[in-house]
Structures are given as structure tokens and as C-alpha cells.
Design a protein around this ligand. Structure first.
Ligand code: IPM
Ligand code: MG
Length: 362
């Protein structure tokens, strides 16, 4: 099969890590008889420098016309003082919205070889950790009405959290389906003791729960969830939550695995016959400008993101597993980039790590 992939390398370490992921995809292509065609497009800081805007129309058009999108990372100190609508992060929000990618899957897995990197006590973590965070990605306070106005107390700024039944229903379905394929346990996280939008969220999740009697679904308030994640992370299988809560809790979940440099993500829209028509795949970490261009970044999160691409957008489960197994094999061999190295480990660079994984694909 032939697949067209739009590549947004972005800023900071973005280009280095996407190069390694492309290397791995090309090896998969050769071994399994697929052709991956890559088209590079600009977004984020590099687009600001070249066109004066973070997300050119051409980028959106090319992404829409592709089978899938691979993204490195956007942003950096150079563009931090620009007004909101010109920040590199706008490119991410614009792409999510323009491509209709309302479901963000963020798996947080503790790799046995990296157990020491987990900041929690071994007795707290227990048998390991494998959580799938399903974050709503195109609604809520990120996209609600916002602005500034004059009041008798001077200037005031506001952002609005709004969720429709339709929005909760479609993200809920993604989460229930995910839970069905895993441990059949879903926790829906909200703030229904305070927020009306959370009360509607909860009502719709309960309606859906009746359609998925094989999945055990419970509600949890977000403050309690933040605590439970560090108190007893093993209780979670799949989590579903709003855009903002998902942003925060997925960073927390990732830290429990000890290695934000390891965690991939998939942003998906509607699926047709079980396959997602278009998805955007990216590491959950940022552009790490402090180590950019130094061959220090960990490419594993991006490499695992292309494994998710193969699985969710192309339905190539065997090929996805081949990448995940190669990552495990290389970690078992003891290869470490700086971020996941313990005292005494030999540290390898971005390129060495990417090449070792590419070579370990069988
Ligand atoms: C993420 C990031 C983004 C978000 C930022 C960069 C806009 O933190 O993908 O988690 O808040 O969604
Ligand atoms: Mg975030």
C-alpha cells in the first residue's frame, strides 16, 4: 500500500526527532512492502519566521489531503512574547480544529526496563502502569468564547468552558471503545460538583454507559483524580476527560512513567469502518529548545507516535507492534538517551537511538 504523510517537523528538537521516526517508517516500508511518501510542510515558529503566521492555509490544505500527519514539536523562546493569535501553539490548536481531530489518545506506559525512572515508590506503582488518557481536543475552554471587557473594577478577561451533548457523546464513544479493547474500566473525570458543563458531561457519559454494559464506568472529580494518580495509579485503565483537564492530567500521568520523552499521542477524528480517516501523531513533549540541534533529544516518543499512526490511521497492527517491540528490545539492550539514563548508563544520541530501533525491527 501507498500512504501519503504530511510532516510538520516544527521547532527546537522537532526536526531531529521526526527524522528518526521517518527512518523507522522507511524500514517498515521496506520490510512489509509499503510506500510512505513524505511531504514536509511548515507550522509553528518556522512558519512565523517565513510567512508571519503560525499556520499557513497551504499547510492545512496539504494535511487535509494526506493520509496522516506527523508532527515533531512547535514553539520556543523566540516567539514567546508574540500576541496570543500569533503564538506557535496556535498552529497546533488550528490544526486540531481544522482537521476535526476531537479525540486525543495519550497512553502512559511504564516500561519495565525504565522502572527506576518512576518517581513513585515501587510499592505505590505495584505491577506497573498502563493508562490510556482520552482527552477531548477540539472543545471546552480551549475553543470557547474568550475576550476582555471593561468592568467597574477595571479590565477583565474571560474564557468559556462549553460542551454540547454531541461533543461529549463522540469523545465518550472513543473512550468506551478503547476501554472495551483493554481492561474494560473507564473513569470519566469532571468537576460536576461545581461546573454545569461537567454535569452535562456526566449525564451523557451515563447515557453511553448503558450502551456499553461490558465496561465498568465510574466518575471521578478532577481534584481527586490528580491525587489518585499519584496515590494509586494502578487503579486506572482508560480515562476520559475534557480538553483542559486532559491537558493537565496527561502531563501528570506521563511523569509517573518517569519519562515524558517516551510518550506518544494520536489525535483522531471520526473513523470509517474502524479505521481513522486522518490523524495527527506527535510526541507529548515539547520542542526542548535548550537541547535543540545537539543530538541529545530522545526520539522514542516520536517513533512510538508513528507506531500509533500505523495502528490507528492505516490499520497496520503487525507493523505497529514491530516498532513497539523494537523500542522494547533496544531498551532491554540498555540503550539510553540522556533523559532516561540512570547513573552509570552509557548515553547515546538521537541518531544512534533512532538507528538502533530501525535496526531492531524484525
Ligand atoms: C499539549 C500542549 C498544548 C495543549 C499546547 C502547546 C497548546 O500542552 O498538547 O498538551 O495545551 O494542548
Ligand atoms: Mg499539554
Amino acid at each position: 500500500m501507498q500512504y501519503r504523510i504530511a510532516v510538520i517537523k516544527g521547532d527546537g528538537i522537532g526536526p531531529e526527532i521526526t527524522d528518526e521516526a521517518i527512518k523507522v517508517l522507511n524500514v517498515i516500508g521496506k520490510k512489509y512492502g509499503h510506500t510512505f511518501e513524505f511531504q514536509e510542510v511548515l507550522a509553528g515558529g518556522v512558519a512565523l519566521d517565513k510567512f508571519g503566521i503560525p499556520l499557513p492555509d497551504e499547510t492545512v490544505e496539504i494535511c487535509k489531503a494526506s493520509d496522516s500527519v506527523l508532527l515533531g514539536a512547535v514553539g520556543g523562546p523566540k516567539w514567546d512574547t508574540l500576541p496570543g493569535h500569533l503564538r506557535p501553539e496556535r498552529a497546533l490548536l488550528g490544526l486540531r480544529s481544522a482537521l476535526g481531530l476531537y479525540a486525543n489518545l495519550r497512553p502512559a506506559v511504564l516500561y519495565p526496563a525504565l522502572a527506576d525512572a518512576c518517581p513513585l515508590k515501587p510499592e505505590v506503582v505495584g505491577k506497573g502502569l498502563d493508562i490510556m488518557v482520552v482527552r477531548e481536543l477540539t472543545g471546552g475552554i480551549y475553543f470557547g468564547e474568550r475576550g476582555r471587557r471593561q468592568t467597574e473594577n477595571g479590565e477583565e478577561a474571560y474564557d468559556t468552558e462549553a460542551y454540547s451533548v454531541m461533543e461529549v457523546n463522540r469523545i465518550g464513544r472513543v473512550a468506551f471503545e478503547a476501554a472495551r479493547k483493554r481492561g474494560k474500566k473507564l473513569v470519566s473525570i469532571d468537576k460536576a460538583n461545581v461546573l454545569e458543563s461537567s454535569r452535562l458531561w456526566r449525564e451523557e457519559i451515563h447515557r453511553l454507559a448503558a450502551e456499553y454494559p461490558d465496561v465498568t464506568c465510574t466518575d471521578m472529580l478532577v481534584d481527586n483524580a490528580a491525587m489518585q494518580l499519584v496515590r494509586n495509579p494502578g487503579q486506572f485503565d482508560v480515562i476520559v476527560t475534557s480538553n483542559m483537564f486532559g491537558d493537565i492530567l496527561s502531563d501528570e500521568a506521563s511523569m509517573i512513567t518517569g519519562s515524558i520523552g517516551m510518550l506518544p499521542s494520536a489525535s483522531l477524528g471520526d473513523s470509517v469502518e474502524g479505521k481513522n480517516t486522518l490523524g495527527m501523531y506527535e510526541p507529548i513533549h515539547g520542542s526542548a529548545p535548550d537541547i535543540a540541534g545537539q543530538n541529545k533529544a530522545n526520539p522514542i516518543a516520536t517513533i512510538l507516535s508513528v507506531a500509533m499512526m500505523l495502528r490507528y490511521s492505516f490499520g497496520l497492527e503487525t507493523e505497529a507492534l514491530a516498532i513497539e517491540n523494537a523500542v522494547n528490545a533496544v531498551l532491554d539492550q540498555g540503550l539510553r538517551t540522556g533523559d532516561i539514563a540512570a547513573k552509570g548508563d552509557t548515553v547515546v544520541g538521537t541518531v544512534e537511538m533512532g538507528e538502533a530501533i530501525a535496526k531492531a525491527i524484525v
